[in-house]
Design a protein around this ligand. Structure first.
Ligand code: BDR
Ligand code: CA
Length: 306
């Protein structure tokens, strides 16, 4: 079973990604670290704690990290994720507190304790990961692999050029992409093609309290659901890649993060034409959305049955 550490900003799709990881028999969550992103750090942390108890993995540490970007003001996505960060979902408040310490130190210590064994997946702004690799560069050697949901090589969602997680902290993303490891970048180009359509939501509705209290109110808040359309559950794509890498086609590339552009700040500049250059990333280019949803719904059904 692959051990994964999830750095996140729950966040509707973060919640659905955590649920996927918990329900998968292929991965084991060894920690959840939180960052300010979609909503404020106190809210992303409260949501991670509430999810941990609602889903049933109270033994796994949840550790809070950075409230905002390294250099910039925090940008808020509560218009997309709701005031709480979880749309219309109303989970019972957590009874257990977060673990002491900072997320960046937890990432360092956890990877140091199990070099080569733990996959790190980041589905929020990259602030905690940047702090970790700056404080302890060997994190890049200790991670079994590093996968993000972020970026794009076509168009953005926060701005025409930039995806939200990169736009929220471009300097952190630049640090992370140039840290000397391979970043597997699952971006909007992939996630936007795996939509939670009506057929998917109908199956979620049949999943007891998991469906009625979490999945459906999250998805329906996140975007309009019709027979052919629905919201993209971005972060779940990164977790799905860790569970089954054959779901997503990836190609080596050199990725640089624009930190200065007047119109392009936060853009991931993806160069697939390597020439003599060594790639620093594997960039997702397409996803088998049918198999993706089979995997996700099977994991959700497993959670619902427990
Ligand atoms: C990403 O931005 C956030 O709003 C989502 O949680 C996801 O991680 C998609 O651009
Ligand atoms: Ca997220």
């Amino acid at each position: 079973m692959k051990k994964i550490l999830i750095d996140c900003d729950p966040g509707i799709d973060d919640a659905l990604a955590i649920t996927l990881a918990h329900g998968s028999s292929e991965v084991e969550i060894v920690g959840v670290t939180t960052v300010g992103g979609n909503v404020s750090l106190p809210k992303t942390t409260a949501n991670a704690l509430a999810l941990r108890e609602f889903l049933g993995f109270p033994e796994v540490p949840v550790v809070a990290g950075s409230p905002g970007a390294l250099l910039r003001r925090w940008i808020d996505a509560s218009a997309v994720h709701g005031d709480s960060g979880l749309g219309e979902a109303r989970l019972p408040a957590a009874t257990l507190p977060p673990a002491n310490g900072h997320a960046a130190d937890f990432i360092i210590d956890t990877l140091a304790a199990h070099p080569g064994e733990i996959s790190l997946v980041a589905v929020g702004p990259l602030t905690n990961v940047a702090l970790a690799v700056r404080k302890e560069p060997r994190v890049t050697e200790w991670a079994r692999e590093f996968v993000i949901l972020g970026g794009s090589f076509t168009r953005g969602n926060y701005s025409p050029a930039a995806e939200f997680n990169i736009a929220a902290d471009p300097e952190a993303a630049a640090i992370v992409f140039s840290a000397g490891w391979t970043v597997t970048m699952i971006g909007l180009d992939v996630s936007r093609t795996a939509l939670a359509t009506g057929a998917v939501v109908d199956q979620m509705r049949e999943m007891g309290r998991l469906g009625t209290d979490l999945l459906v109110p999250c998805v329906e808040f996140y975007g309009m659901v019709t027979a052919d359309e629905g919201p993209a559950i971005h972060d779940a794509c990164a977790v799905a890649y860790l569970i089954d890498p054959t779901l997503i086609q990836v190609e080596p590339a050199v990725v640089e993060v624009e930190t200065m552009g007047r119109f392009t700040s936060g853009m991931t500049v993806v160069n697939f034409h390597l020439g003599e250059r060594t790639p620093n990333a594997l960039v997702g280019t397409s996803i088998d959305s049918g198999r993706f949803w089979e995997l996700v719904l099977a994991a959700y059904a497993r959670v619902a049955a427990t």
